[in-house]
Write a protein that binds this ligand. Structure first.
Ligand code: SF4
Ligand code: SF4
Ligand code: SF4
Length: 270
């Protein structure tokens, strides 16, 4: 009898917990469903390199965070609970920390277990570039071509996260102004690797000072270089011009010295 009583009590207790859990889950789903359109699914997230179509990405990403862990500059974050259906998915806020390709080989893509960060396109770009660079070379060991380097550059250049866009209203170059000093304030902890110094390690943006008659930081600090962005000069007026090779890495956004960045990255909508 006592045994039966305990069983009944346990049943009621377990049942109440289950009902509670279901109620909370129900509220969660209801919240996500009824949430204002802006919180249902973030359409403006810049996804890490190689991300497949946004809708497929959102449902295919298992939110494991491996891409977050492997990134050496910690560019990737997981979306918080207030991001509705996008909760737990990875994104890059380039103003806070850009993807500067410090990992050299798209490690976030390589590590993704579900391939929602898809490596195939990078593999193909790398192979093609190595084939082209080594064409006709009989003994690679005695040649100046470094296949690893060729592959690395080609893979990096194949990234298409987004495209940079200049705000001509506030861009210092367009206004004919220079820049002297450190682009971001003391409290900013963003890091990057200067593209023009091959042996440079990663440095804090706040440790870097510039002295430019016409501001061109977005151009000189771009890890892709003149395939992605150039400073156009026309009758002593200047303008950063974004080109086809822009990967959307966001280093230009991170180093832009205007208070509100005068260059942004718009995610690719594929
Ligand atoms: S490609 Fe960029 S985001 Fe991905 S791991 Fe490398 S530095 Fe980080
Ligand atoms: S590694 Fe892939 S599956 Fe895991 S959180 Fe990153 S994108 Fe999603
Ligand atoms: S212009 Fe250069 S630094 Fe800016 S997003 Fe494009 S590739 Fe990156």
């Amino acid at each position: 009898m006592a045994k039966k009583e305990i069983g009944r009590r346990e049943f009621i207790k377990t049942g109440s917990i289950a009902a509670g859990v279901l109620a909370v889950a129900g509220i969660g789903v209801k919240y996500l469903d009824k949430a204002p359109s802006g919180t249902q699914r973030r359409q403006d997230f810049l996804r890490p390199p190689g991300a497949i179509n946004e809708v497929e990405f959102m449902y295919g990403c298992i939110k494991c965070g491996l891409c977050v862990q492997i990134c050496p500059v910690q560019a990737i974050k997981l979306a918080g609970v207030h991001e509705g259906l996008s909760y737990g998915t990875p994104y890059i806020d380039v103003r806070n920390q850009a993807c500067d390709f410090s990992c050299d080989a798209l490690q976030c893509v390589e590590t993704c277990p579900t391939a929602v960060l898809n490596f195939v396109q990078f593999k193909e770009a790398g192979l093609k570039a190595v084939e082209k660079a080594t064409e006709g070379i009989v003994d690679l060991r005695n040649s100046k071509v470094n296949p690893f380097e060729v592959q690395k550059v080609a893979m990096k250049e194949a990234v298409k996260m987004g495209v940079a866009k200049v705000n001509e209203q506030s861009c210092l170059a367009v206004l004919g102004k220079g820049f002297k000093g450190t682009p971001r304030d003391e409290s900013f902890n963003g890091i990057y690797r200067q593209p023009y110094d091959e042996n440079a390690g990663v440095i804090f943006v706040k440790d870097k000072t510039f002295d430019r008659k016409i501001c061109d930081l977005c151009v000189t600090e771009c890890p892709i270089g003149e395939k992605a962005i150039v400073l156009e000069e026309n009758n002593a007026s200047f303008k950063p011009k974004v080109l086809e090779g822009c990967t959307g890495c966001g280093v230009c956004v991170m180093v832009c010295p205007t208070q509100k960045p005068s260059i942004i990255v718009e995610p690719i909508k594929s």
